[in-house]
Structures are given as C-alpha cells and as structure tokens.
Design a protein. Structure first.
Lengths: 388, 388
C-alpha cells in the first residue's frame, strides 16, 4: 500500500422513515435559514417534498429558500444561481434532496458560498476551498456515492466541459438514506445507478499499488452482491430489501474505503465525462458502453487483474489461461449489463464519429489519463472508436 | 437490515514514518499540555518513545506528563491515576502510544477527565459521557481495532470484573498506524492479535438481522485475507507488507462497518472477559479457545450461517449437508488457529473447573448474553466446561 490519510466525517442515517425520525434535529443543529436544493420535481410526485417541508417547519423561525430544477448533469449556471440565493438571503444551511446530481450541485454551492471569485475556479482546481456552508442530504437514488464523499461533478455548457473536484469541505454533515425514497426511480435510472456504482468499484480496483488485498476483496464483495441483487430489484422495483442493498452498496462503492493506500485509475470516467459533456447522455449509460472497451484495451498489455476479477466475482475457472480469462471476464460484464438493459454502443445514443476529436480532447485534461494504464490521445481515440 | 446511524470521525494516518510526518501537526491542533499514555515500556526499546518525544517537543511550550505501565488488561486504578494527572496538571490532550489496552485506558481517562464521579460509573453504563478530553493514538499492535472506534474495556480488580463501554466521545481524533511500529510485537502477541481481529468479525457476522449481504461479504473478506496473510507474517515478523495488511484488517474488523444495520452477538467476548477477569489470561488466547466451542454449541440449533462461512471463507463444498458443513467449518477454524500457535483448551492456561461458578456469573451481565443464540447461565456453563 501507499501511505494514506482517511477521514470520512459524514453521518449516515439509514433506514425506513429516517426523514421523519431525524431530519428536524439534524438541520436545526446547523441553522434555521435553509437553501432547499432539488431536481426536476419528482420529489413532489412521491410525497417526499411535502414530508421534508413538514419536518423543516418544525424548526423555530425556519426560513426556506428553494433552488429547484437542478439538471441531471448539473450546470455551473445553476450552481451560481444557488450561491446568489445564499448570499442574498444570508442562508446558513444547504439541504440537498435528490440523487448525485442534486448533491453535487449543492456541494459546489457550499464551497462557492464561501469563495469570492467564480466557483468554476474551484471546480477546475485553480482555487482550493478552505471552508464551506454546512450541507446535509436526503438521497433519492442509489448511484454516485456522493452522499458520503467530497466529490462533485459540474458541467460548464459554455465550454462543453464537465469536471470533477473533491474537498474535505464538501462532505455532507449528514445523509439520510431511506430506501423507500428510491422506490419511484424508474427502470432506466435504476439500471444506470447500478452500472455507475459498479464502475466506481472498477475504477478503484484497477489501481497500480502493491499489496492491497483487503481493498480488492471489498471491491469484489460490492460487485458480487450487486450482481446477485440487481436482477431481483429490476423485477420488483418496489422491493425494500433489494433497494436497501443496492443503496448501501452504492455508498460503499465511493466512500473511499476502496481507495485507501492505492493509486486508482478513473480513465473511463474521464472519457465518459467527455462524451456526456459533448452529447448529454446518461452517465451510467456511457459507462456501461465504455468500461468493457477500456478493459479490453488494457488487457492487451495487462490482463492479470481483469482475470482475477473473473475468478473472484464471476466464479470463472482459475486454471484457464490468463488472456482467455480476461476476455471471458469482459464478456461477463457485457452480458450482465446488457441483461439488465444497459446500452452497449455509443450509436445506441445516436453518437457517431463526427465529434470524436472534441471528445478525445475533452477526455485528456493533461497529457494522459488513467494510472492502471496511462492513456494518451491516440489510446483514447481508439477506445472511443471501438465503442461507436 | 435494521435502521442505523453510522459516523466514524477518526482520521486514519496510515503508513511508513507517519509519526514523523504527521504527529506534531495533529497534536498541536488540539493542545500543548499532553498526557502521554503507554504500557510496559516496549516503546522505549524500539525507539518509538524517543521519536514521539522528539516530535512532541517541536510544539511550542509543550508540556508532557507521562502515565506509564498500563497493563495488558488495563485497570480501573490506572484509569483513575490518569484522570488525577490530567486534573492536577490541567492537561488538554491525551496521546496513547501502544496497543488496544493502552488506547482503551486512554479512552476511559478521556471521558473520566470530564466527569465528576467515579469513572467506573461510565464503564458499567450507570453514567453516560457527554464530552471528553481529545485523544490521539499511535498504534503499536494490530488487534483490537480500538484505534478507530469508541470501545474501551476496563478491568476492576477489586471486583474481579471486566467490562466494555462505548461512546461517540471516545473515538480518537486521529490514529497513526505505521506497520513498522508493530515489527517488535513478539510471536505470541502477534498470534493473539490475529485471533482477536478474526473474532471481532465473527461476533458481527453472527447477527440476527435479515438481508445484510454486503456486511457479511466484507466480514468474509477480512477473514479470508487474514487467513492468507497471517501464516506468511508469522514466518517473517519483520515483513512490512504482511504487517500492513494485518494492521488494516484489524482496524476494519471493528470500525463498525460490519455492524451497520445488524444486531450482533458478542457472547464469546463476554465469556472471554469473564475468564480473563478471573484468571488474567491473554484475550486473544481466550477467544481462540472459546469461539469454536461457541460455534459448536449454536450449530446444534442454527448451523446455516456457520456453514455459509465454511463455503465462502474456507472454500468448502457447498453441496455438503449443512450440519456436516458447519462441523467442517469449525474444524477449519480450530486447525487454523492451532497452526498459528493459538491455545485450544482452558487447561493450556492451567484453568480448571474450580472457579467456573464465578466465570459463569461474570459472563452474564443481565439474564442472558448473545443475540445469535441467547445464552443463559446453563448454556454458558456448558460451553465453558467443554472448553476446559
């Protein structure tokens, strides 16, 4: 392992009716002037919005300002709007109610509220936040793990650029995870969430550090459990038992325990961010397409770890030759993702080679991306072309 | 799963030379008047004591008061001595340098320093702490997981009673884990640490809640990795690579992620605490003796989960009949622990049936112990008698 520091201050409040049980007390610990951030309004259809207001209104002198309509790929302009609302109304707490996009947007707002310049500086790493407005979340979709980490992904549409940043100051103070709040997530979004959480495991599993057996086995545990439970959930979207497993798996997939002491990859995510910055496709869909192609590409030089995954997660025969094992493993991922309804080619989203130059350019922030295998522009182009 | 809340505020600082890299900065964030708590003085032999003093002395106006000689089963009288030292010298920070015993002692001191009555009230749950003096740790032995949880076990020799308590206020602010600091842990203590961490996994694995597949697979991951690495470590006690895996495994075994959403057992620990309160034997040794007997006893009515362990951790044949599988699993644990040099019978420590009444009585705090199978006095007596 490499040397590391790990701290995760987020309080997880997990289970049935936890909004009713815990929200009022948690929020009033931090403030009374709340920015309520949410997305397209699905929380108004399933009753969660009303429940949240009811609990918030139990706080003495509470004042609630709303930022609605956060986009699936949350936009810089929306973040800036949230920051303005906080400054104009002197708010002291942010409550994000939604999936990863809503939470990511709220995180950028929370550090932007304490920063005088353009918050995009923080997103692209030009400025480093040193404090933030406290943030709590109510999660409504199992996918990004944003509820228990400091990550945030923001899209700047003016520049067709989608970028991720992370800070200790953007960890939520608390996150309320009631699996019931994911019952209304439709089939396609549920599938994308499953692919997303599995991809997070893979990005960390393909690290380049030595001797991290427990981190790897934890990753395999998440993958194996997800592969067992996901098909059952997709047959019964109202199953509390299956929703809760996927929800906790998604949290563990990116609460950074898999990253302890290892240098992780993340090239596939950078390529997907580039594709969806140019074409606005669902993140989970993009990952289901790109990850098998990435695995194929890196297996040409480094098949061992892909093969290990196959043995431990798909119970493939360990005596098979390594290159063949790697191929079989990738085939298993393809088949599994296809079986749950994920797309397999970029052309499924109508993407052709026209904007491939821009997608390649947007993938590469510096000279290369990825650590497991370092990819330059030509490598990225080959992977994207194979994925068309 | 059951509803749960999880928060773990401890900052883990893991890796080579992290005392030198991080200690000064971490301590001076909290204070300058330090109670330095340590054990029998092994840290004076391996150079760690000198290194710690060197780093602490870089803090402006630092004042260091020492509490040396904390016992392997830390005593209430030592805790009380530490509390007196803090009050007399108006100290503002506690630094524990040692294994679980030293850290547990420091935790009791940290809450006792903010409590006017007898700290034993807190240990036995008669009083609940609401604050504490901040505490940091430098871990020198992989075993108890005390470096990343709120647990503390204290022995009251006047009453021959050994009791555990836990509080959010006793989580260390930081814990520095440099595997090099465990190089000098001798063979027998290394073995006890391995048994202890495995037992922690088992206590949580044998829960009585439904539908916790990821928690169970994480537990199996820790067991499997430990079983793979432990024999290699015992062949080469100076191996950084093997020490680091066991060290991180021990932390994960009891940083409570395995306890999320499940009602755990802990009967074997309560029996062991009773045995070692009466006879002062090593905790890990007691567990290696008692746990297989506990598994045998509960398998008479509930063999399924023991069998599951055998399939997933020892790769036993899943088609074998469940009762037989459970027996084979227990045999595997016995053989593994015996192979690494752990004791198998209480008589290995010269314990006979003479004080069995007292051990039974001390095991049972209320009417029964354990959740997986609820054990009354007669059950405990049978298990202890079989273990003689």
């Amino acid at each position: 392992m490499d040397n590391f520091q790990y701290v995760n201050p987020t309080k997880l409040i997990f289970g049935k009716d936890q909004v009713k049980n815990a929200l009022t007390k948690e929020v009033e610990y931090y403030g009374t002037r709340v920015l309520l951030v949410y997305g397209s309004g699905s929380i108004k259809k399933n009753g969660l919005y009303e429940e949240v207001l009811k609990q918030l209104n139990q706080i003495n002198n509470v004042q609630i300002v709303e930022l609605a309509g956060v986009e699936p790929n949350p936009r810089l302009s929306t973040v800036q709007k949230g920051i303005r609302l906080i400054k104009e109304n002197q708010l002291d707490f942010i409550l994000a109610v939604g999936g990863g996009s809503v939470i990511d947007c709220a995180k950028a707002i929370s550090v932007g509220a304490h920063y005088d310049g353009n918050v995009w500086d923080i997103v692209i790493g030009k400025a480093t936040p040193s404090s933030s407005l406290p943030l709590g979340t109510i999660l409504t979709m199992a996918a990004t793990g944003s509820e228990m980490n400091g990550n945030s992904v923001i899209t700047n549409w003016d520049e067709k650029d989608k970028r991720a940043f992370s800070s200790i100051h953007t960890y939520p103070k608390f996150s309320i995870l009631d699996p019931q709040n994911t019952f209304s997530v439709p089939m396609d979004q549920t599938v994308y969430g499953i692919v997303d959480l599995m991809s997070h495991v893979l990005e960390q599993y393909f690290h380049i550090s030595e001797n991290a057996p427990i981190q790897e086995r934890f990753g395999e545990s998440i993958l194996k459990t997800t592969i067992e439970v996901a098909p059952k959930l997709l047959n019964d979207l109202q199953s509390y038992a299956h929703r809760e497993v996927i929800m906790l798996n998604a949290t563990f997939a990116l609460n950074k325990i898999l990253t302890m002491g290892v240098k992780t990859d993340w090239a596939s995510h950078m390529m997907e961010h580039a594709v969806s910055a140019v074409h606005d496709i669902p993140h989970g869909g993009g990952l289901a397409i790109l990850f098998p192609h990435w695995m194929e590409y890196v297996s040409e030089t480094k098949p061992e770890k892909v093969a290990q995954l196959g043995i431990r997660v798909f119970d493939l025969d360990a005596t098979t030759e390594t290159t063949k094992l790697a191929k079989e493993t990738i085939q298993q991922f393809r088949e599994f993702w296809k079986s749950i309804g994920a797309p397999t080619r970029l052309s499924d989203y109508g993407i052709d080679s026209k904007e491939i130059d821009l997608m390649v350019e947007r993938s590469i922030v510096n000279e290369t991306i990825g650590n497991y295998v370092s990819l330059a522009k030509d490598d990225v182009r080959q992977i994207l072309e194979r994925a068309l």
